[in-house]
Design a protein around this ligand. Structure first.
Ligand code: PBG
Length: 324
């Protein structure tokens, strides 16, 4: 049917009509709040390149977790900054490790909140790479064993979901096996299945103190030029027992998100990463954009591309807006 019989504007006339025909919805249930936890007490250290984000000591991270839960956010993801780094990143699997401590405390304070833990070594190694380094390269298979240890230690501390982000081949299988052997067969794995070697992680590395001391991560994270490879990465993780998949970053990779949505039935997450947030905050501080509308439109684009879940530094704030 053609114009003038068809007039597309008819359904855009009023707010109630627009609401009625809207396909895509953004809900607090879909948002995950990332939090950075450090040793010490009463620490609330701002991350300069991520306005509103802080490194928090345990009691402050508990408060933030509670705030997220009160806003209706179903989960948080924890990143830890250890007090001691070594070549293997052994602080990552200590019972008294920083994420272990925080998880135990959050579990008590907000029992209905799901605690996700990022499982990777870049914050814990003195060289800043995501695993054990041999001859200047990250040794994939040696790292797998350590990832399983880290995952079991976190599950022991009360973490509900394990989220490996290191892009080691076989990481999901190794972690699944480790968890099952330790009687954590019920703990799901959210795999950062499709993670690109991206400049959009810049601000995060300030927050997590995790910049590599030499080189970069291009030998294990994916090349931004490659889209097809994403489906193979995801299929491998599904085969190894991933319960949920993630694409990261989100905004510059909405095509990849859509490809995964069309190919897999698993719950799919998008990580609205630090650089995406920093660009919006910087422009907003200059008065160049409407911050709130840009944030909502950004998150909606990820939902429209197929994300069920969005990890975003704005989670608690946005959940508050959506509830109001
Ligand atoms: C690795 C990890 C990174 C991010 C999440 N997990 C950094 C990296 O791969 O260098 C980045 C998240 C962001 O930029 O917001 N532990």
């Amino acid at each position: 049917m053609e114009f003038p019989i068809t007039r597309m504007r008819r359904l855009r006339r009023t707010d109630s009509l627009r609401r009625m025909v809207r396909e895509t919805h953004l809900l607090p249930d879909q948002l995950i709040q990332p939090l950075f936890v450090v040793h010490g007490s009463n620490v609330k250290k701002p991350v300069t390149s991520m306005p509103g984000v802080h490194q928090l000591s345990v009691e402050n991270v508990v408060t933030e977790a509670q705030r997220a839960a009160d806003a209706g956010v179903p989960g948080i993801i924890l990143f830890g900054i250890p007090d001691h780094k070594d070549a293997d990143g052994s602080a990552a699997w200590k019972a008294q490790g920083i994420v272990q401590k925080a998880a135990a405390r959050i579990k008590k304070a907000a029992p209905n909140l799901s605690i996700i833990a990022d499982v990777c070594f870049c914050e814990y190694t003195d060289h800043g790479h995501c695993g054990v380094v041999e001859d200047g390269q990250v040794d994939n298979d040696a790292t797998l064993e350590n990832l399983a240890k880290q995952a079991v230690s976190l599950a022991d501390a009360g973490v509900d979901v394990i989220a490996p982000s290191g892009m080691m081949d076989g990481m999901v299988g190794a972690i699944r096996e480790g968890l099952d052997e330790a009687d954590f067969g019920d703990i799901p794995i959210l795999s950062y299945a499709v993670k690109y070697a991206s400049a959009f992680y810049g601000p995060f590395r300030e927050a997590a103190e995790s910049s590599p001391a030499f080189g970069d991560r291009r030998q294990y994270q994916m090349d931004p030029a490659n889209g097809r490879e994403a489906l193979r990465e995801a299929a491998l993780d599904v085969g190894e027992g991933a319960d949920m998949l993630m694409v990261k970053p989100a905004l510059a990779y909405l095509d990849v998100l859509r490809d995964l949505r069309d190919e897999f039935d698993l719950p799919l997450a998008a990580y609205n990463v630090s650089g995406e947030m920093a660009m919006v905050e910087a422009a907003a501080q200059n008065g160049w954009i409407d911050r709130k509308r840009i944030i909502l439109e950004t998150l909606l684009s990820m939902r429209r591309a197929g994300a069920d879940i969005i990890l975003t530094y704005w989670a608690t704030e946005v959940a508050g807006w959506l509830k109001a």
